[in-house]
Design a protein around this ligand. Structure first.
Ligand SMILES: [Zn+2]
Length: 338
């Protein structure tokens, strides 16, 4: 299985700002020593050895994660603006078949679909999976003429909608897939994908509640003994508690860690601290050996914009978790091999 993050920003896509670029430049200048600039080669070496968090950028696109099985089954999780880069960057699969899974239909999870170029190829076959009865209607509506000049009908005619049920296990290619309903306005569904004894869970826009620690059948089917948990968090416990009456109540990093531990993941703080960031080069993405990864991966930083508190990019928002655990994760555009 290969997992690739194309978009991890919640709520709204967020290009890097001039202030953030300035901050990066300042941080880079502070690293320079005399030997770093003594020759052109030294300067090149200095630049190429900069850490990704200084040289690159993260957090710009809204959620889209792709997963390719060892036999080439192509899965796309959510269609935020990251799906545009996905469509333009990947090698087209031989059978031109794409399996799109929607956790839910909030705008940041569907807004990239009209820009997914593979969907317009008449030879493409697209399977759309979700737990929502009206999934087709939701996707068609965002492409009504008022909002977008190209209608949903312009996509390949080979689109099939599949409704998924909790508690069942589906076979898609050589992947076993299960889903679990999570707390979120309008609900969001987590997905588990299993192949060759490895299990990856994608759980976005999750607002953890006590029920998530009660071992229900559907919850266990998805979360139990996962090898990798892709989940979003941003706040400390104190900050999350202040959000308790907000329509969006993000989970604290600590509660996610509790969930991971409860589900049988071996969360290793020292690995969680590894920052594995993309460069802004596109393509190629940064390739990351699995051994360097945490089992717990912070995905989106939903609410960093909604809260009005943090308008910086995802990475900065995740860095705020350092009160609990030394810095921090991951984000956009990396590839994970299982
Ligand atoms: Zn949402």
């Amino acid at each position: 299985m290969k997992v690739h993050f194309w978009g991890v920003r919640g709520s709204i896509s967020t290009p890097i700002t001039p202030q953030q670029i300035q901050a990066k430049i300042i941080a880079i200048i502070q690293r320079i020593t005399e030997k770093d600039i003594v020759t052109p080669e030294a300067r090149e070496r200095f630049i190429s050895n900069l850490p990704d968090w200084q040289f690159g950028t993260v957090g710009g696109n809204t959620p889209c994660v792709s997963l390719r099985s060892s036999e080439g089954t192509e899965v796309v999780l959510d269609a935020g603006t990251g799906i545009r880069c996905y469509g333009k960057s990947i090698d087209t699969p031989k059978n031109k078949e794409y399996n799109l899974f929607f956790s839910h239909f909030h705008w940041d999870h569907i807004q990239g679909l009209p820009f997914f170029d593979k969907a317009y190829d008449p030879e493409s076959t697209i399977n759309i999976y979700s737990a929502f009865e009206n999934a087709k209607e939701y996707l068609e509506n965002q492409m009504q003429f008022t909002y977008f000049p190209v209608p949903f009908d312009s996509f390949t005619k080979k689109i099939t909608f599949h409704k998924l049920e909790e508690g069942l296990e589906y076979k898609i290619g050589n992947l076993l897939v299960s889903i679990c309903k999570m707390a979120h306005p309008g609900s969001s569904y987590s997905f588990a994908f299993k192949e060759n004894g490895k299990k990856v869970v994608y759980a976005t826009d999750v607002e953890l509640k006590q029920e998530d620690y009660n071992d229900s059948e559907s919850h266990n089917l998805v979360f139990k003994d996962a090898d990798y948990l892709i989940i979003d968090s941003q706040y400390t416990v104190d900050e999350a508690n202040l959000k308790v009456n907000s329509p969006l109540r993000p989970s604290s990093f600590r509660s996610l860690k509790d969930l991971a531990t409860h589900s049988g993941l071996a969360v290793e703080p020292e690995k969680t601290s590894e920052a594995v960031l993309s460069t802004s080069k596109n393509p190629p993405p940064l390739l990351v050996p699995v051994s360097s990864f945490s089992h717990l991966i912070s995905l989106a930083t939903l609410n960093s914009v909604c809260s009005g508190r943090r308008t910086t990019d995802s990475f900065t928002a995740v860095l705020s978790l350092s009160k609990l655990m030394p810095p921090k994760l991951i984000l956009l555009q990396f590839v994970l091999f299982l």
